[in-house]
Design a protein around this ligand. Structure first.
Ligand code: ZN
Length: 426
C-alpha cells in the first residue's frame, strides 16, 4: 500500500471545540511495501489535464482520508485546508556528516516556500524554530511496525494553520532527493499521495521522480492562493480551486491544455461521500449536508441537508457527535443550530465526555441554545474540570465567584451526585 499516516498526536486539550486540539500527521516514505494497490492504477500522464491536477489537488490537499474512505476506512476531520500562515523558521539537528544533504533540504525548503510565498529563515535560537530538519543514518525510522526512509510529522490547529513540522531524513535513503522533496512538499499542506498524477508525491510504480513536476508546482501555488483559506472545507475549496489551477497553469505554461471544470470531480467526491455515509460515516454525512446547503456538486436542497443532519445526529459515536455539535454551533459547514448543538453536547456530557461537558456548560451559562441556568452550568464546569479540561477550571472559578453561596452549594451537590449514564448497546 502507499505510505502510512500516523496520527502521532491527537489530544483533546480543550474547551469550546475539540478542534482546538492540535492534530498531527506523519507522512512517510517507505522502503518496503509499495504494493499492488498502487500498481493497479493507470500510469499517470506526463501531460496531465486540468482535471487530473484538480483530482490530484483533491487527493493531496483536501482529504488525507479520501483513500481511506474509498477503501472502507473512517472519515476523519482532516478534510480541510491546512497551510502555513507564518514564516518558517528552521533548525538543524542530528548528524552533520553530509553537508550536501543538509544543503539539499534547506534549498528544497526555500524553493517550495518561494512558490508558496512563505518566508523562510534559519532560527537564531533553537527555541524560536517551528521547523526541524533532523539527519540520521539509521536503517529506518519506525512508524508503527514499519520502517520509513524519511518522515515528516506536522501539527496544525483547528483553524487550519500549520504550527510546526519535523522532518527526519535518513542519510542511508536510496533516493535522498525524492525523499526530501516529497516530505517537504507534504509539510506545506499537500498531505496525501495523488497516485494518478505525475507528481513527486505519487507512489506510482515506475513513476517515482525526484523533481517536482508542473502539477506539483501548480498545486502548491493554488493551495497558497489567498482565496484558499485555512480550514476551508474540501468541498468549498474544490469548487474554487478549479479556476486557480487554470490561472497557475497558464502562468507556468501558456500552452497548457484547456481547462475543463470541477463538476466531474465534485460528482465523484459526492459519490464517495454517499458510499461512506451509507456505511454510517458521520463525517461524510456532514459533508453531504454542507454540499446540499451550498449546492456543491448538486443543486441546493435544504430538505436534503436537514435529512443528513438528522441522520448524523442519531450517531452513537461520541466523537462524531462532538464534531457535529461543534459544526452546528459554529455554523461553519452548515447553518447554525444552537438548540440541536446543545442537545448533542448534553447527550455527550451525560455520558461523561469532558470537553462536551465544558461546551454544554458554556451554553447553559450564556443561554445559547438552552435557557440560561447558572447552577447547572457550574455543576457541568466542575465535572469538566475534573475531566482535565483546563478552560473549564477557569470558568468554574469565575462562575463560582458570581453565584450566591446557596447556588454554589447546589451545583457542588449535583456534581457530587452525578454519575455517567450508560450508552445503550449499539
Ligand atoms: Zn508521502
Amino acid at each position: 500500500m502507499d505510505g502510512v499516516r500516523n496520527k502521532t498526536v491527537r489530544p483533546v486539550k480543550s474547551l469550546i471545540r475539540r478542534w482546538f486540539a492540535t492534530l498531527a500527521l506523519a507522512a512517510s516514505l517507505l522502503l518496503a511495501g509499495l504494493g499492488t494497490a498502487v500498481a493497479l492504477v493507470e500510469a499517470p500522464s506526463r501531460n496531465p489535464t486540468h482535471e487530473d491536477i484538480l483530482r490530484g489537488f483533491d487527493a493531496s490537499a483536501l482529504s488525507a482520508s479520501r483513500e481511506d474512505v474509498a477503501y472502507g476506512g473512517s472519515y476523519d476531520p482532516v478534510g480541510m485546508i491546512v497551510k502555513w500562515q507564518t514564516p518558517i523558521v528552521y533548525k538543524i539537528e542530528g548528524l552533520r556528516s553530509r553537508p550536501e544533504a543538509i544543503n539539499l533540504a534547506i534549498a528544497t525548503l526555500q524553493q517550495q516556500a518561494a512558490l508558496a510565498g512563505i518566508e523562510v529563515r534559519a532560527a537564531k535560537a533553537p527555541s524560536e524554530a517551528n521547523y526541524t530538519l533532523t539527519f540520521g543514518n539509521a536503517a529506518g525510522y519506525n512508524i508503527g511496525d514499519r520502517k520509513a526512509v524519511c518522515f515528516l510529522t506536522y501539527n496544525f490547529n483547528t483553524t487550519g494553520q500549520m504550527q510546526w513540522a519535523k522532518l527526519q531524513i535518513n542519510l542511508a535513503a536510496p533516493s535522498l532527493e525524492r525523499c526530501v522533496r516529497h516530505e517537504i512538499l507534504h509539510g506545506f499542506g499537500l498531505m496525501n499521495h495523488p497516485h494518478r498524477l505525475h507528481s513527486v508525491l505519487s507512489y506510482h510504480v515506475g513513476d517515482q521522480m525526484a523533481e517536482m513536476t508542473e502539477a506539483d508546482i501548480v498545486m502548491l501555488r493554488s493551495l497558497y492562493d489567498p482565496r484558499i483559506r485555512p480550514a476551508m472545507s474540501r468541498l468549498a475549496a474544490l469548487s474554487i480551486t478549479d479556476s486557480l489551477i487554470e490561472a497557475n497553469r497558464r502562468s507556468l505554461n501558456p500552452r497548457a491544455p484547456a481547462k475543463t471544470d470541477a463538476a466531474p470531480v465534485l460528482r465523484d467526491v459526492i459519490a464517495d461521500l454517499d458510499k461512506a455515509a451509507a456505511r454510517g460515516n458521520v463525517r461524510a454525512m456532514m459533508y453531504l449536508a454542507e454540499a446540499a446547503w451550498q449546492g456543491y456538486g448538486m443543486p441546493k436542497d435544504p430538505a436534503r441537508m436537514t435529512a443528513w443532519i438528522e441522520r448524523a445526529s442519531a450517531t452513537p459515536d461520541v466523537v462524531a457527535r462532538f464534531d457535529l455539535a461543534h459544526a452546528l454551533s459554529s455554523g461553519r459547514y452548515m447553518p447554525k443550530d444552537s438548540t440541536r448543538a446543545a442537545a448533542l453536547y448534553r447527550r455527550n456530557a451525560e455520558l461523561g465526555h469532558a470537553v462536551s461537558q465544558n461546551n454544554y456548560a458554556v451554553m447553559l451559562r450564556d443561554g445559547i441554545g438552552v435557557p440560561a441556568d447558572p447552577v447547572a452550568a457550574l455543576s457541568w464546569f466542575i465535572l469538566a474540570a475534573r475531566g482535565k479540561v483546563a478552560m473549564a477550571e477557569r470558568s468554574r472559578r469565575a462562575l463560582m465567584q458570581n453565584l450566591p453561596p446557596a447556588q454554589q452549594q447546589e451545583a457542588l451537590r449535583r456534581a457530587a451526585a452525578w454519575r455517567p449514564v450508560a450508552e445503550p448497546p449499539r
